[in-house]
Ligand binder design. Structure first.
Ligand code: KPL
Length: 291
């Protein structure tokens, strides 16, 4: 199968590298990373260790059977427009935040929603660390069955990636949103690793952000209990204790964050009051603007 991974950052490179053990993969990203991969291959280190040799470039190839989208949520409009040129038979978002599938759907069809629990870190151009084995869940963004999800899942499984197809993607996306709404802004603002949230005052803030997110999910007819959102938060904090969240890394490096698609998305959709998400979103935006 021809797979294009649009967004060769840490997660995209890891997933692309794993897929390249079985499929023809093109990683689309930025130099100097893609130049290093083209020249010497992609070294995957950590929980799994191998060198993969995907094609790597800054532009999309002519065609693709499957496109995996791993760019930051604010780059999704560009991903949709650019990927339309290679007419992928199936597109699947593996991104953080809400709304990515709708944005991709403007240009591509069918579009699947996906969640991925692999931990990844880009060490330097051409080298990515696998911080822990994970799994992928795929399905129709609005729930229900989509045959394309079975085909995409079969391709990922053939590459050794544990993948399930679910009819409950809305619940999964909101559960993941609750986790990100709790962990990402609190770790970014405090400048700490995920594990620091486990005890103390930051946990109260993170868990209240997750509870608010579950309440907003239910306002949108998505069945997510507050205790389920907090249980998901607890298990991700424990499983990623040593990791720096993507938002904390973005703030440390003076980059734009995904705040709009995470806490901003909760605030935007809320019918009730969500003071913790609103405050976290305002504080992270202020930090971004301060540079
Ligand atoms: O998805 C993540 C992120 O950092 O964006 C979590 C799950 C919080 C892991 O760090």
């Amino acid at each position: 199968m021809d797979i294009v991974v649009f967004g060769a950052g840490s997660l995209g490179s890891l997933v692309g590298g794993l897929c390249a053990r079985e499929h023809r993969v093109t990683l689309v990203g930025r130099d100097p990373h893609v130049a290093a991969v083209r020249e010497s291959g992609l070294a995957v280190e950590g929980t799994v260790e191998f060198t993969a040799h995907p094609d790597a470039r800054t532009t999309v190839p002519d065609r693709a059977d499957l496109a995996l989208v791993t760019v930051k949520s604010f780059d999704t409009p560009e991903a949709g427009r650019t990927l339309a040129d290679c007419k992928p038979s199936i597109t699947c978002s593996l991104q953080n935040g809400l709304g990515n599938e709708d944005t991709l759907d403007t240009h591509l069809d069918p579009v699947l929603a996906g969640t991925c629990t692999y931990g990844a870190r880009l060490l330097e151009p051409g080298r990515v660390a696998c911080m822990g084995l994970g799994e992928v869940a795929l399905g129709a963004p609005d729930g229900g069955h989509l045959a394309a999800a079975e085909r995409a899942a079969a391709a990922l499984r053939a590459a050794g990636i544990e993948t399930s197809v679910t009819r409950e993607m809305p619940e999964r996306l909101w559960r993941k949103l609750a986790v990100n709404a709790g962990i990402n802004p609190t770790t970014a603002l405090a400048g700490v690793s995920n594990g620091v949230l486990a005890d103390g005052p930051l946990y109260e803030i993170a868990s209240e952000a997750a509870r608010e997110t579950a309440r907003v999910a239910r306002e949108q007819d998505v069945d997510l209990a507050e205790r389920e959102a907090v249980a998901a938060l607890d298990s991700v904090i424990a499983a990623t204790a040593d990791n720096t969240s993507s938002m904390a890394e973005d703030i440390q490096n003076g980059r734009r964050t995904e705040i709009d698609a995470i806490n901003g998305a909760v605030v935007e959709r809320a019918e009730s009051s969500v003071p913790v998400n609103r405050t976290l979103a305002a504080l992270v935006r202020a930090r971004e603007h301060a540079g």
